[in-house]
Design a protein around this ligand. Structure first.
Ligand SMILES: [Zn+2]
Length: 73
């Protein structure tokens, strides 16, 4: 199974509490992650709850969350 997590050196180090809000299109699990810990929006991501693999962009809850991921991820 491929690893999708980026190295932690890419995470912002200042006190910015920016999170990307996520929701699984299959099981509707809702959670949030810092964008530095997520893959790019066009990469495959696996739901931690139901293990469904979808494109990362399909997990972002709103257009704003997608932009946050693309800008800071
Ligand atoms: Zn799920």
């Amino acid at each position: 199974m491929p690893t999708f997590i980026r190295p932690p050196c890419l995470v912002n180090t200042h006190m910015d509490e920016t999170f990307v809000r996520l929701v699984c299109p299959e099981c509707t699990k809702e959670w949030q992650r810092q964008p530095g810990g997520l893959p790019a929006s066009d990469r495959t991501f696996q739901c931690p709850n139901c293990q469904t693999g979808r494109q990362m962009a399909e997990f972002t809850r709103t257009e704003h969350d997608l932009r946050t991921l693309q800008t800071l991820g």
